[in-house]
Design a binder for this molecule. Structure first.
Ligand code: NAD
Length: 262
């Protein structure tokens, strides 16, 4: 028996990367899943003929998207137990003082406004569930800054606060709200950024990026989402689980300390 037997889930940004791994993991654990994405092609490639996963083409940042997805959840699943706000975009790389209004608004429209609107719209369905869960894919950028990605960093700090707010206000209804904070996951948006582990550049970056010596996989993130969605994660709310291979647990080494490394 799967950990999510009989549960109904909606996952955004589900056609690729972390969202796809979450949708597949949830389905494997017994959930029926609505997989929402912009890209019909990628959805079909990923899920055509999948018994437990229904693809839905929807831009979550478009007018009326939240209400449309609530209607599809009611119609196709008869309700909703788990909402995963996973879709997100990095925006253009730019210094903050050179970031355009358009770039800023585009990042916030997907990463923050759409998450707020969809979560708000799903509250009545989640209240009717006996195990309501809200899980948002934020980032280590919800905890730390990153040069040239100020709009993205600000948007991820915003959804982290948003989840705390929903956690506090919906806790009395038995609904939990949490973030998973990935780092260095090899997916569609980052494949070009992370050099292969075998290259000199890739190894140098990994020395800084992880104490485990590898990039993360979407499945590492799906495992954390599964924990939060499962009965075992039922007492966790208003939190962020950082899955970063230890990147943020250490200070930069001082040169006198490196002499003692084996
Ligand atoms: N990959 C990483 O290293 C990393 C690190 C930290 C946080 N994240 C976060 O993880 C989440 C997933 O990222 P990923 O790396 O799996 O990316 P990805 O590009 O592999 O997948 C994202 C999916 O979201 C879809 N999408 C984008 N905008 C959408 C919209 N408006 N409506 C519906 N679907 C939309 C895309 O079509 C794509 O299929 C994002 O929120 C991202 O910020 C990723």
């Amino acid at each position: 028996m799967g950990q999510l037997e009989g549960r109904r889930a909606l996952v955004t940004g589900a056609a690729d990367g972390i969202g796809r791994a979450i949708a597949e993991t949830f389905a494997h654990e017994g959930a029926r899943v609505l997989a929402v994405d912009l890209s019909a092609d990628k959805l079909n490639t990923a899920f055509a003929g999948h018994a437990a996963i229904t693809p839905i083409v929807q831009n979550i940042a478009s007018e009326g998207a939240a209400d449309a997805l609530v209607a599809r959840s009611s119609e196709l699943l008869g309700g909703l137990d788990i909402l995963v706000n996973n879709a997100g975009i990095p925006g253009e790389l730019a210094m903050l003082h050179e970031t355009t209004d358009e770039n800023w608004r585009r990042v916030f429209a997907v990463n923050v406004d759409a998450v707020f609107r969809l979560t708000r719209a799903c509250v009545p369905l989640l209240r009717s569930s006996s195990c309501g869960r809200i899980i948002t894919t934020a980032s280590v950028c919800a905890e730390y800054g990153l040069r040239l990605q100020g709009a993205y960093v600000a948007s991820k700090h915003a959804v982290s606060g948003l989840m705390k707010g929903f956690a506090i206000e919906l806790g009395p209804d038995g609904i939990t709200a949490n973030c998973i904070n990935p780092a260095n996951t090899v997916t569609g948006i980052t494949r070009d950024w992370f050099s292969p582990e075998q290259s000199n550049e890739g190894r140098a970056y990994l020395d800084v990026a992880s104490v485990l010596g590898r990039y993360s996989h979407p499945e590492d993130m799906a495992a954390a989402a599964l924990y939060l969605a499962s009965d075992g994660g039922g007492y966790v709310t208003g939190q962020s689980i950082t899955i970063d291979g230890g990147m943020t647990c250490r200070l930069p080494s001082l040169s006198h300390a490196t002499r003692y490394q084996s």
